[in-house]
Ligand binder design. Structure first.
Ligand code: HEM
Length: 340
């Protein structure tokens, strides 16, 4: 028995460290197991980190492909990196990526860690219902520009056609736009990202009761968070029951106890006109998108499966060529200051 335990101990050590066998050095690092363990641990102590990771992979892969460019504080070209883009307001998860990178070492790219961490967050937040495999082997880019990110990332004030065009540039269909927007069943938003919906002059239709409840809550949050730009929960499912009652929310078909779950409840909220962003609301204005939303509202399993497939496609967006790639030692900086 002692022998078996010693063998098991050696095996798990081999999984974490590089092992030597027969003179040939083979690195048996349990990359995906390590990411999964760290992601689950982080979400248990801070549930908001899961939503941050699901958003992070979108914002990394949409700009220059999946190349870890969103993680950089500094490149050979300067410090005005993607993190400083207006559209990256509230982006988070960087410390966790650093922790994972520290455990995995120089052999694993930051870009792969972002992809795996999002995958594991999606699985955890969906209670195992969204599960998919993605290949490894991405390399880290050395370019990261706030202006480039703002030029490429969709904005919450976009019209439907702008969203469709934005997704088309990455070869994603209008249906995949509907599917991936379901990620707004989790997480939070700053007031500045949906302020236009509350202003009389710029407002796109929003349910009156929801709007009134939101305006009152925003004022309360300004005080309790002590900021003029507080955050609100994206999904009305995650609001208190008194908020939901004031807002006239109909929770039929939604598991309101599953606060923070990644599921199809976004479509229930949107089809009731109780979502934050104009970019969510505008999908109601298109017949096909509206029909797709109704379909996903009624079929949770279909959405889980289609969301997983769209995340695989997102995670495979190739790093755009013509720049130099490496495996970063530190996800926040390029390995060398090539051009200084
Ligand atoms: C369709 C175009 C999209 C637009 C215009 C958009 C816009 C936004 C905005 C403005 C926020 C709030 C930022 C803030 O104020 O803090 C947000 C949050 C979020 N978005 Fe999107 N988004 C889009 C698509 C996506 C996609 C494709 C995903 C993932 C697959 C995603 C996942 C998330 C998540 C999880 C959050 C919450 C993040 C957190 O709580 O940390 N979004 N989005």
């Amino acid at each position: 028995m002692a022998k078996v335990n010693a063998g098991a101990a050696l095996l798990s050590l081999c999984l974490l460290l590089a092992c030597s066998a027969g003179g040939t050095k083979a690195a048996y690092v349990d990359v995906e197991g390590t990411v999964r363990t760290e992601v689950e641990k982080a979400i248990k102590s801070n549930p908001g980190i899961g939503a941050a990771l699901v958003r992070l992979v979108f914002h990394d892969c949409w700009v220059n492909g999946c190349d870890g460019s969103v993680l950089l504080d500094k490149t050979p070209y300067g410090t005005n990196t993607e993190k400083k883009a207006i559209n990256n307001i509230g982006l988070d998860g960087f410390n966790l990526i650093d922790t994972i990178k520290y455990k995995l070492g120089d052999g694993v790219s930051c870009a792969d860690i972002v992809v795996f961490a999002a995958r594991d967050a999606a699985r955890y937040l969906s209670n195992g219902k969204i599960a998919y495999s993605v290949p490894s082997g991405r390399k880290d880019g050395i370019n990261s520009s706030a202006a480039a990110a703002d030029a490429v990332l969709p904005q919450s004030t976009f019209e439907f056609q702008q969203l469709v065009d934005n997704f088309d540039k990455k070869k994603f269909t209008p249906r995949e736009l509907v599917i991936l927007s379901g990620a707004h069943s989790i997480g939070v938003s700053h007031l500045s990202s949906f302020q236009d919906r509350l202003n009389k002059s710029t407002a796109t239709p929003i349910d009156d009761n929801y709007k009134q409840a939101l305006v009152a809550d925003v004022e309360a949050q300004k005080k309790s968070q002590n900021t003029p730009d507080p955050i609100e929960k994206n999904n009305i499912r995650d609001m208190s029951s008194s908020f939901q009652t004031t807002a006239g929310y109909d929770p039929t078909g939604v598991n309101t106890a599953a606060k923070g779950a990644l599921d199809n409840s976004y479509y229930h909220a949107n089809l009731q006109n109780r979502v934050l962003f104009k970019s969510d609301w505008v999908m109601r204005t298109d017949t096909d998108a509206g029909n797709a939303m109704a379909e996903y509202m009624d079929n949770a399993t279909k959405w889980n499966n289609d969301f997983a497939a769209a995340m695989v496609k997102l995670s495979k967006l190739p790093a755009e060529s013509s720049t130099r790639y490496e495996i970063r030692k530190n996800c926040r900086v390029t390995n060398q200051n090539y051009y200084y």
